[in-house]
Ligand binder design. Structure first.
Ligand SMILES: NC(=O)C1=CN([C@@H]2O[C@H](COP(=O)(O)OP(=O)(O)OC[C@H]3O[C@@H](n4cnc5c(N)ncnc54)[C@H](O)[C@@H]3O)[C@@H](O)[C@H]2O)[C@@H](O)CC1
Ligand SMILES: [K+]
Length: 513
């Protein structure tokens, strides 16, 4: 799925109207219907709250007015408060006229804003994708008043004051919504941690926007999602996959799934090696060999009998690079430590490897402290930094937008695939495209989750049937999906990395086309 800019979103609306022969008022009505459906779902069966709709002068305000009418017709108690303005959009005027007289309408007086009654649900229909500058004056006063009321807020399309695709100045006012309902496609702003407090939970409502326009639209931003049912009705229902694992051939041979080498572990950090090895095995690798410090031999052989083990001559950390000839992919980093001897192993690996590499954890820290090594990265090497590790590889980002630019530039410059781990893990490829992942949960924020991802990536990079980028997107999607399956029994606090390993099998089964 793509993510479009604010300008492309406006063109998408126009293209939809032309393609389907509908007016903008009709499109607005679809948006309002989707919003009213959201209200039925939330409040249809319980106590019905009073709803206060704050409407701005443009089409976002128009959505609010149309929604007020639909909610009033459905017997919700609604009130409308308008932002003072000289001009209103045509569709705003249309929906203002259609608003039943029974709905109380007031114009907000920024100098005299009355307290919001407890229990009222507020709809933020002040500004959406048409925001052209940060909010000041009356609009800023209203947003500040709303935020101070701590009422539940549903934002239409975007929380007012938030730009869809670029940062707003620090301290410029933005509505803090409890929930945002957006139309057609998510906006880039919704995926960034710096905006989480404004956006709240978010959902995307389908209002039948032109798929032909979306398909041809040029954008670097994409989403990777679980399989979706097609909108074309088929029997049995057909699933559409963003990325998928190919079904295994009946006569499959273990070479197809590759022989992977994992270099991991040091004294006190053998758990990282065990977790990564487990994930690689559950990820379907044909054969796995794990190179560990001598002191880790018994641990690995006992916990993962399916893997072969190469003990290093040093008891506490890895000092030797095994002969690479037998392997189709190599992973290095989990629990590795940063000893000079391990640095030499990493350098030699980068110099000699002819097969896909996956670099994580201490391998990234070593790269960060010896940046000349970056020049040695073979094309399509996979790096899996979290935000701190990424800053060590590049520079400290000013904000989340800047970090995305650094990420795309880094991946292009070094012709590698970078997996920036976070709430919407971002995968950047050598062409400058960026894919946000949509699976996973906060239970994954605990030790070992990253080691599991490394192992899974290694398995899918060793799989001879998958190209580099699809393999990486699939690994990230499956990793988050495994966590979403596991959390159903463990809860978020109780989720540990071992649970992720245990759920990789079912996660990959769901992603097999
Ligand atoms: N175009 C369409 O066909 C559809 C639009 N929809 C809604 O329309 C919204 C976009 O509507 P618009 O393009 O009219 O834009 P908005 O309603 O977001 O805001 C535009 C208005 O706000 C003013 N404005 C912008 N920045 C301001 C600022 N900082 N301070 C004060 N005033 C400011 C503009 O001059 C203009 O009057 C979407 O977010 C969505 O909610 C939906 O109804 C779906 C269909
Ligand atoms: K809004």
């Amino acid at each position: 799925m793509k993510i479009l800019s604010a300008a492309q979103t406006r063109d998408l609306d126009q293209a939809t109207m032309q393609e389907q022969g509908i007016t903008s008022v009709e499109l607005m009505e679809r948006a309002a219907q989707a919003l009213s459906a959201w209200f039925y779902e939330q409040y249809g069966y319980g106590e019905i709250p009073e709803i206060l709709l704050l409407c701005g002068p443009g089409n976002n305000g128009g959505d609010g007015l149309a929604l007020a009418r639909l909610l009033q017709e459905a017997n919700f108690r609604v009130r409308v408060a308008l932002l003072p303005a000289d001009k209103h959009s045509t569709d705003w005027q249309h929906n203002r006229q259609r608003l039943p007289r029974a709905v109380p309408v007031a114009v907000l007086d920024p100098a005299n804003l009355l307290p919001i009654t407890k229990g009222t649900v507020v709809v933020d229909a002040l500004f959406g994708t048409g925001l052209s500058r940060p909010l000041t004056g009356a609009a800023a006063a209203v947003v500040q008043w709303l935020n101070e009321a701590h009422a539940p807020v549903l934002a239409i399309d975007l929380p007012s004051g938030l730009f869809a695709d670029q940062p707003q100045p620090a301290d410029s006012p933005v509505v803090r919504a409890t929930h945002t309902v957006t139309f057609g496609l998510p906006k880039l702003a919704m995926l960034l941690p710096q905006n989480a407090a404004f956006v709240g939970e978010w959902t995307v409502e389908d209002i039948g926007l032109s798929t032909a326009f979306i398909e041809q639209a040029d954008t670097p931003w994409h989403l990777t999602r679980l399989p979706q049912e097609t909108t074309i009705i088929t029997n049995p229902p057909r699933l559409l996959y963003d990325v998928s694992l190919p079904r295994r051939d009946k006569f499959a041979y273990k070479n197809t799934f590759g022989h992977a080498l994992l270099l991991a572990g040091s004294q006190g950090k053998m758990g990282a090696a065990v977790l990564a090895a487990g994930a690689c095995l559950r990820g379907g690798v044909g054969l796995l060999t794990v190179a560990v410090p001598g002191g880790g031999y018994d641990i690995l052989q006992t916990t993962r009998p399916e893997a072969m083990c190469l003990p290093d001559k040093h008891a506490d950390y890895i000092t030797e690079l095994p002969d690479l000839a037998p392997y189709q992919a190599v992973g290095i980093g989990p629990g590795l430590g940063q000893d000079a001897a391990s640095l030499a192993v990493l350098r030699q690996l980068l110099r000699t490897a002819k097969v896909p590499l996956v670099l994580d954890a201490d391998a990234l820290n070593l790269l960060g402290s010896h940046r000349t090594l970056l020049k040695l990265l073979p094309p399509d090497t996979v790096l899996t930094p979290h935000v701190g590790e990424f800053a060590r590889l590049t520079e400290k980002a000013r904000d989340d937008y800047h970090r995305l630019e650094l990420l795309r530039t880094f991946a292009r410059e070094h012709r590698c695939i970078v997996v920036l781990k976070g709430a919407y893990t971002a995968v950047a490829d050598r062409d400058g495209q960026l894919y946000f992942n949509t699976t996973g949960n906060p239970g994954m924020a605990s030790g070992g989750s990253g080691d599991v991802l490394t192992g899974l990536l290694l398995a899918l990079r060793a799989d001879q049937r998958l190209a580099p980028l699809p393999a990486v997107r699939l690994a990230v999607l499956a990793h988050g999906h495994a966590a979403d399956l596991a959390v159903q029994t463990t809860g978020e606090a109780g989720l540990v990395a071992g649970d992720l390993v245990a759920h990789i099998g079912p996660a990959l089964r769901d992603l097999t086309a």
